[in-house]
Design a binder for this molecule. Sequence first.
Ligand SMILES: [Zn+2]
Length: 233
Amino acid sequence: MSTNKRSIKKGNSVFSFLSNHSRREFLGSVPVLCGGFVFLQHSGHAETKEGLSGTPLVKIPERSIYMKLPESALYGITVDDKIEITLAEVIKVHGYCVGGGTFSFRAAQEAFAILYEDKLPIRHQIQVKTSHHCCQAAALAYITGARKDYGAFHSWGNLILIPEEEKKIVFMDKPNSRTVTLRPLFNPHDTFEPLFKKTKKDPGFASEVSKIMNEKIEEYLTAPREKLFVVEG
Ligand SMILES: [Zn+2]
């Protein structure tokens, strides 16, 4: 996350922010924060369409998952106990594996809709067992607060990597042990791993991958649930 966005989110004074950045830079960032897309390679200019490498910037739709974290409000970290997890943040966990990050984001949305219906899930009270490792497990760890053996002590053990052959992601609300199982119909890694390998050998292929990333982000966010997962429980 860029410094300016973090300052704004944490509610720091705009003036302290402006002391480090020019007013022009601040105003330049406003359309990016308010528009329908964010660009991870945040330049402060909404019109920027390609990065320094010449590759078109991947558009990250502005989507959010809202959760509760009562301690945040208790200690005055946030105004109330509602916290926002954006798709852009989830993708930043890995840095460029947008397929896995977006797929995990959708998986969490679907699981939470079933487990919590119209209530907000409580972060750090969710256990995740997943056969999709790599950035996808990291993205779910970020969203839910679940960790394997690091991080906040109360989250240790909440992230469980299960064998890849099991092909499932199981979310459990720990206080009442309710679970929902998503059986993904494919693994985004199978699409992106070969593309990343090819680009490593031939960086000129990156523009093609960037295009595919845009298509897959759209697919993973908007496809009907039954095209992505079989849901149990
Ligand atoms: Zn990955």
